[in-house]
Design a protein around this ligand. Structure first.
Ligand SMILES: NC(=O)c1ccc[n+]([C@@H]2O[C@H](COP(=O)([O-])OP(=O)(O)OC[C@H]3O[C@@H](n4cnc5c(N)ncnc54)[C@H](O)[C@@H]3O)[C@@H](O)[C@H]2O)c1
Length: 304
């Protein structure tokens, strides 16, 4: 395989690519030779309104630079239309970058159903709809790359973002299972938790830092994860400001009790330090590995 990351004859959908981080992804994929579907509904950060000019402007930029792209103005909640657009324009779909997103920040005690639902609809249902529509084509051609956009607000939590955090970590749950299901068809699925100075973060990050967190500093990772060169799946990467790191689960060795004798809350209290002690912790990579500690505990007390 060639060292350079190139996309000749490959078709890439980037959702929410009319601005911010998605625009940077679309430009970077086009520069690497991909045919790009630039999707954007063109609404506000709060998910209100629509405007075709956002996607159109990015397509014009790509074409101006000698690249190939078409605009799509559907909401990601109509994901099948976006995939159909890719098929109509370019005849195939190789990479889906689920990037579109909105915010409806509120503390949980002020959260309304509409804020909860809309954030779920755009981030989770939208990413599901686009990916679900692309999936059969990827299976059939025995090739595909999917990238989901998570967030540190989901991984670690963030004040006022219960709806957003729920959606963003939900996407990593989706990543893990699609990576398992897609592997045999050479479909690799990864997630990123980006940080970028965009309209979404304007006013939330000190201006001097905001200016340094250029959206285009997120895209090289996404282009790599979207390429044939990348042979890793199920990963979660934090990225921004020129830095990239990988996140994984870590689990303590825990405490074991005799399941036949039983135990109570006092026993839990007595072993609380041990349960939370990460000295010599393990890093399970799948449910089977995760179950091993529990099975070992059953075995330890079996027949006693
Ligand atoms: N900027 C950050 O620091 C940061 C941090 C963590 C996660 N993210 C995530 O990165 C992604 C990009 O965010 P951004 O900072 O570039 O924000 P942004 O607002 O600049 O870009 C999001 C784009 O998505 C589009 N969009 C919204 N709803 C849509 C829908 N229903 N259908 C199609 N397009 C839609 C918007 O029109 C917009 O162009 C989002 O998923 C966001 O949650 C961003």
């Amino acid at each position: 395989m060639s060292e350079s990351v190139r996309f000749e004859d490959k078709v890439v959908i980037v959702t929410g690519a009319g601005g911010g981080i998605g625009r940077a992804h679309a430009l970077a994929f086009a520069k690497a030779g991909a045919k790009v579907v630039v999707n954007d509904l063109g609404g506000s950060t709060h998910g209100e309104g629509a405007n075709a000019s956002a996607a159109d402007r990015v397509v014009a930029e790509i074409v101006e630079a000698g690249g190939t792209a078409v605009a799509n103005h559907d909401s990601v909640t109509d994901g099948e239309k976006i995939v159909q657009n890719a098929l109509d324009a370019f005849g195939r779909i190789d990479v889906v970058v689920n990037n579109a997103g909105i915010l409806r920040d509120k503390t949980f005690h002020k959260m309304e159903d509409a804020d909860w639902d809309l954030v779920y609809q755009v981030h989770v249902a939208g990413a599901y709809k686009v990916t679900r529509a692309a999936w059969p084509h990827m299976r059939e051609q025995n090739y595909g790359r999917v990238i989901f956009t998570s967030s540190t607000s989901g991984i670690y939590g963030n004040f006022g973002q219960s709806n957003y955090g729920m959606a963003k970590l939900g996407l990593y749950g989706l990543t893990r299972t699609l990576a398992i299901e897609g592997r045999k068809n050479n479909i690799f699925v990864n997630a990123i938790a980006p940080t970028g100075g965009t309209r979404m973060t304007e006013g939330l990050i000190p201006q001097q830092v905001f200016e340094q967190l250029k959206p285009e500093l997120v895209s090289p990772l996404v282009v790599y994860l979207g390429s044939e060169n990348c042979q890793d799946t199920a990963g979660l990467y934090e990225v921004g400001g020129g830095w990239i790191g990988k996140v994984r689960w870590e689990r303590s060795n825990g405490a074991g009790f005799d399941p036949k004798v039983g135990f109570d809350a006092d026993d839990v209290a007595a072993h609380w330090k041990e349960i939370g002690d990460f000295e010599g912790a393990s890093h399970p990579e799948d449910s089977l590995q995760a179950l091993q500690a529990m099975m070992a505990n059953l075995q330890k007390y079996a027949g006693k």
